[in-house]
Design a protein around this ligand. Structure first.
Ligand code: SF4
Length: 451
């Protein structure tokens, strides 16, 4: 029998891999930014502001770019979204602000809001300047669990409002998804760290890395020691593929491998020759594109429903296809094949929507040879794994921490936001959660007169 296993590093040179992983959207030049800004109509009831989860004054910052006030533009963005730099690169703008831009109707293409946002925020980060000041110290101490987008956004706003913040994070580096979970070509290595540095630059925030809720401290301990607590715990579990051989060598969780691609020397990461990715969201696209960029010969992404139902946007799908990824829709995995060395292939069954809308297998199958298989079938929040003890009376439904409009949980003084609460799992939504919670905590502490 033919040996299908061919997982190795060095199929491409380090220089080729560096080139493959360069910036997806290089920064606009000053002239390009001025030309793009001049396309904006500065609409009175700007639909783009409505579509932005953080409510950035988009015409306001674009006007500042058009008058040469790039610093002012960056401050306008960051005042609403302290992670405006990340979001400029990672937001699905084609489904948010750019989708509703009035220029789509008149000219067939929106103002490039994301690229202009990147232009402005890069300008400020390059200067290394912190444009926000802290209010007079309040004497209140707040604990934030999780140094991802929700936690850091909350910490920055609380620090601005004069509170002292201690952030606890289980991983070796802060940044959460931005540091470990975004495809490298969307968010170059140093950007996540630079953004964290910028956020901490306001002062009043202490970071504690390598400390895990449930292992090193409990929610009850935090409640006793701090005046309020914010939980920005993110996703901490992946959905499992319930089939035999789902964990043989060569079958990986896409999120773990994406973290490796961000943290390790890319030209030293072994990659297979034939890759199969199971899933249809952005994580599936990110692993498919990046394994191709690492030197895999063929990468096939298989999704159980139609292309229009994929979690990945049309733009993401286009990026995948431009990079040589083959996307196959309407098929679900049936068997994973393996020999003594590991995975050798996957049998898929074609699917179709049944009369009741549920997916049905057609009985017809096809097989894909593979030496690496990636599972990208969704991430979730697991309260127990996150170290939340059941006795804490924290209301959890459908696997998420329940919060009110202020992002307050069922426990007084405990707030939560980001991927661990209901809502869209987007960085920009997490940032908004953190910001709203910070203002609610401020109100709570001020009214209560804690001190
Ligand atoms: Fe400018 Fe488009 Fe927003 Fe109108 S909708 S303000 S044209 S970016």
């Amino acid at each position: 029998m033919k040996d299908v296993h061919d997982i190795q590093a060095g199929r491409l040179s380090a220089a080729e891999i560096a080139e493959n992983f360069s910036d997806l959207h290089p920064r606009l030049s000053q002239l390009q930014a001025a030309v793009e800004a001049s396309r904006c109509l500065f609409c009175h009831d700007a639909p783009c502001i409505e579509a932005c989860p953080t409510g950035i004054d988009i015409p306001g910052f674009i006007r500042k770019i058009s008058t040469g006030n790039t610093r002012g533009a960056a401050v306008t963005i960051l005042a609403e979204n302290i992670m405006g730099g990340t979001c400029a690169n990672a937001c699905p703008v084609e489904e948010l602000c750019e989708q509703v831009c009035v220029k789509v109707a008149s000219e067939g293409k929106p103002v490039k809001i994301g690229r202009l946002q990147r232009y402005a925020t890069d300008y400020l980060f390059d200067k290394g300047e912190q444009p926000f000041q802290r209010a007079k110290a309040t004497g209140h101490k707040v604990a934030v669990v999780g140094a991802g987008p929700a936690g850091l956004a909350c910490a920055h706003r609380l620090a601005m409002l004069g509170h002292d913040v201690e952030v606890f994070d289980a991983r070796p580096k802060p940044g959460g998804l931005n540091e470990y979970g975004l495809a490298h070509y969307k968010m170059l290595d140093e950007r996540a760290a630079k953004e964290v540095e910028f956020i901490l630059g306001i002062g009043g925030i202490t970071l504690q890395q390598g400390l895990r809720l449930g292992n090193d401290f409990s929610l009850e301990e935090l409640r006793k020691k701090y005046h309020a607590v914010f939980l920005g715990l993110g996703h901490n579990a992946v959905n499992k593929l319930a089939m035999e051989n789902a964990s043989v060598p060569g079958v990986y969780d896409a999120v773990d491998f994406i973290a490796r691609i961000r943290q390790e020397k890319r030209h030293e990461i072994p990659v297979g020759r034939r890759i199969v990715v199971i899933g249809g969201g952005n994580t599936a696209i990110d692993i498919a594109v990046q394994t191709k960029k690492l030197g895999a010969e063929s990468v096939t992404l298989v999704y159980r429903r139609g292309r229009g139902q994929m979690g990945a946007t049309d733009f993401e799908q286009e990026v995948a296809e431009t990079n040589g990824v083959l996307i196959r829709a309407w098929a679900q995995p049936k068997d994973i094949h393996a020999d003594a060395k590991g995975v050798t292939g996957v049998t898929f069954e074609y699917t179709r929507p049944g009369d009741d809308g549920h997916l049905q297998g057609t009985g017809e199958t096809f097989e894909l040879e593979a030496d690496m298989v990636f599972k990208a079938i969704g991430q979730r929040f697991d309260a127990e794994d996150a170290g939340l003890d059941q006795s804490a009376s924290l209301e959890i439904e459908y696997g998420r921490i329940m919060v009110n409009a202020d992002r307050r949980t069922s426990i007084e003084g405990v707030y939560a936001g980001g991927d661990c609460v209901p809502g869209k799992d987007l960085t920009v939504v997490a940032v908004q959660d953190g910001k709203i919670a910070a203002h609610a905590i401020h109100k709570y502490l001020t009214e209560r007169g804690h001190g």
